[in-house]
Write a protein of this length. Structure first.
Length: 91
């Protein structure tokens, strides 16, 4: 059962990609896609951010402000549709 992650123990910079999931603490490739491999995001420089959720949904958040924590578990940040930068994955 998925749970809300309230505090992070690990962090890594995110390189947006239309084909590759965010590498995570469980595996190098970021697969398989499940709620245990998902992370939450910190967006340093705001803009639009397109993600794939742990549940498999493609969602675009528009006008995300600088310094925002995204309260959704994600497995991928797409390069197409993302204008935000300085994104960190938190597990």
């Amino acid at each position: 059962m998925p749970y809300q992650k309230l505090q992070a123990a690990r962090a890594a910079s995110v390189s947006p990609s239309d084909t590759v999931n965010i590498p995570n603490v469980a595996t190098q490739a970021g697969d398989p896609v499940d709620s245990n491999s998902a992370c939450v995001l910190y967006v340093g420089t705001g803009g639009d951010i397109k993600v794939k959720s742990a549940g498999g949904d493609d969602v675009t958040f528009t006008n995300v402000p600088n310094g925002t924590f995204m309260p959704m578990q994600v497995v991928r940040v797409f390069s197409t549709g993302t204008t935000a930068s300085d994104i960190l994955a938190l597990w």
